[in-house]
Design a protein around this ligand. Structure first.
Ligand code: CUA
Length: 639
């Protein structure tokens, strides 16, 4: 650590961020070598920076009014955040940035019992960690239909679906032949396919063959039916697949590829000057699947279209800026913007020209209509619905606002003609921004009010909480055309992506509607045992299982004691009879690692082994009544 780093932050002026860039991030750049550093000098020298905004430090307290949502008042937007390594989804109110809820997805959650309840264990298959990256809602006619949230698990190649009515996960699908499932995107004309990209190339099948033959590795672009959550087909590709996008008409899906070289080392993955945007022609792929022109890989029965090697009717490779990361389609549906990552540019592909490229009338690269220089390390792009784009710039720690039409005009102008400058503004963010998104940006109803920048480092922005710092989700007001930073939002690591959705489109229930698939499971048990879930308190002893049906109504369980034998497998099925908004109960059993939530009108179940002989109190852990502490009973374990 240099002496400079030990100075109090105020003495590091003029710009502590630059000092930071000089240390940690330079390490990253050093690894990346000349690619990044040469891009740096190019980018900074030519981009026409209209204005560099500054951090909130220069506007002490000046923006409180914009994000202030008065006590008792409601936010304008729902934000759906992936929780990254926490494995969850978070629901945030915008613009207040108040965290409203966490939806456990791939993680073990003590509060709700997710990962321990019978239904969640069936979905998770006893795995309780995950890495959620991308949250996207189901669509109809180019905007959100308010039914589902989809989210990926990069760690175990899964796609989960949240039912918005109950705001809980109802399905999890495992994706065959894949590792590092990263980018996902649903179709936008209807709840059709959700496309999932495998970021890591592996032997296909990955069964011990071709371990060292990296040239034979491949990755899969997977189509999952958003209604049934079944894997319908896959496309096998030679390169890796990173972020995903779809058009607005259901014709194409997209994947960026940062490793068209097929390298297995960092240097190998960065060798080529250009990588590609894979464009998948859905009608042609579906035709091949219907005709049986497919292969099977390993144990999976999913039909796979083998599109490795060269352009075909199935897949087109559009050369784009080196090592692209994000691909985002603008609200008009016309342009796919690929952010360069190792090039200071974004590549704009005209989706209307793709049909001619597939037909061989033009070259794939002829679909590129602009390549503005936006800064060093562009990652993702959002839109304001007024023809402007916002690109997150990781290494420069800025969000660059640029105009799409101007970028197209500048690209078609003669070399060296700088009369048209598409760059409108660069705004500092704190620090090292990854994803960003604007309100309704991924729909045809993009409204350009709020922009969120999910910053990977918070460094000096919050009170020191030890070596693990919080992330910093910064909210920017973009409604006036002059962007202003209005909120610093510390978040537990590590939100990866977010969408901001008009509240009018989201209608969760206040009482459990009992429509989810898991209720059929409880009903089937109750029928088998001759029990009415909503009324009965009964202990049913079966071979190998003691099933305890129990109701709850503030401030009492319907069962004040039950008896089991030590070592019995016990399944407690609790139904909350209260039909009152916000009246949740739970069931927590002393010394047995059993703790779960039962919302109003809900049923939940949990299976465990009864411990050593003795008395074990169970209690309601949710404050539900003045006599909440008395809401308990005894499990009596006999020898
Ligand atoms: Cu029910 Cu506390």
């Amino acid at each position: 650590m240099s002496k400079r780093d030990k100075l109090p932050i105020r003495q590091q002026e003029p710009n502590p961020r630059r000092a930071f860039l000089g240390t940690s991030v330079a390490l990253g750049a050093g690894v990346l070598g000349n690619a990044v550093l040469s891009a740096c000098s190019r980018g900074e020298g030519t981009a026409g920076v209209a204005e560099v905004g500054s951090g909130a430090a220069t506007h002490p307290g000046g923006h409180a009014a914009k994000t202030h949502v008065a006590p008792g008042a409601l936010d304008e937007y729902y934000g759906f955040w992936s929780g990254g390594q926490s494995g969850e989804i978070r629901v945030i109110g915008i613009p207040s940035m108040r965290e409203l809820k966490r939806i456990p997805v791939f993680n073990r959650d003590s509060a709700t019992g997710w990962g321990g309840t019978d239904f969640s264990k069936q979905l998770l298959k006893d795995r309780v960690s995950g890495d959620t990256h991308h949250v996207h809602l189901s669509y109809k006619d180019g905007t959100y239909d308010g039914r589902y949230v989809f989210v990926n698990d990069k760690a175990a190649a899964r796609l989960a679906r949240v039912d918005i009515e109950s705001m809980e996960v109802d399905r999890i699908t495992e994706i065959p032949n894949s590792q590092g499932t990263h980018g996902i995107f649903p179709q936008r004309h209807k709840t059709g396919y959700v496309f999932c990209n495998a970021e890591f190339r592996t032997p296909q099948p990955n069964d011990g063959r071709d371990l060292e033959a990296a040239e034979k590795y491949g990755a899969l672009h997977t189509a999952i039916d958003g209604e049934s959550m079944e894997v319908k087909w896959q496309v096998l590709i030679e390169g890796n697949l990173d972020l995903a996008a779809t058009d607005y008409e259901g014709k194409y899906s997209f994947a960026t590829c940062y490793n068209s070289e097929g390298g297995t080392t960092l240097e190998g993955m960065m060798a080529a000057e250009r990588d590609c945007l894979y464009v998948f022609n859905i009608a042609a792929i579906e035709k091949a699947v219907a005709a049986g022109n497919t292969i099977k890989i390993g144990d999976s029965d999913v039909p796979v279209v083998d599109a490795r090697g060269k352009d075909s009717q199935y897949v087109l490779r559009v050369p784009v800026a080196k090592s692209p990361h994000g691909v985002n389609v603008d609200p008009t549906g016309r342009y796919a913007v690929c952010s360069g990552k190792l090039s200071p540019t974004c590549t704009v592909v005209d989706i209307q020209k793709l049909a001619d490229a597939f037909a061989g009338k033009i070259k794939p690269r002829d679909t590129v209509v602009a390549e503005p220089e936006v800064g060093l390390g562009p990652l993702h792009t959002a839109f304001d619905g007024r023809g402007n784009a916002f690109t997150s710039i990781f290494i420069d720690s800025v969000v660059t606002m640029w105009n799409i039409d101007k970028a197209i005009r500048a690209y078609s102008a003669k070399e060296g003609d700088k009369a048209v400058d598409p760059i409108l503004q660069k705004l500092d963010v704190h620090y090292q921004v990854g994803h960003l998104n604007a309100s309704m940006s991924e729909t045809k109803e993009a409204d350009g009010k709020w922009l969120i920048a999910l910053c990977k480092f918070s460094k000096d922005r919050f009170l020191n909480v030890g070596p693990l710092h919080s992330e910093n989700d910064q909210l920017t007001d973009v409604s006036t055309g002059k962007r202003e930073l209005v909120h610093d939002g510390p978040t537990y690591p590590e939100p990866h992506d977010a969408v901001i959705v008009k509240k009018e489109l989201i209608h969760p229930q206040k009482i459990q509607p009992r429509k989810a698939a898991r209720f059929q499971m409880y009903q089937a048990w109750a029928k088998e045992d001759g029990v009415d879930l909503t009324r009965d308190n009964k202990v049913i002893r079966k071979p190998g299982l003691v099933r305890v049906y129990m109701t709850s109504m503030a401030p009492a369980f319907g069962t004040s004691e039950f008896k089991v034998k030590s070592g019995d497998t016990v399944q407690v099925v609790v139904t909350n009879q209260d039909n009152v908004e916000d009246l949740s109960h739970g069931f927590c059993l002393s010394l047995h690692d059993v703790n779960f939530l039962v919302n109003a009108q809900d049923t939940q179940s949990y299976t465990f082994k009864a411990g050593k002989p003795g008395v074990y109190w169970y209690y309601c852990p949710w404050f539900c009544h003045a006599l909440h502490l008395e809401m308990r009973g005894r499990m009596i374990v006999e020898a």
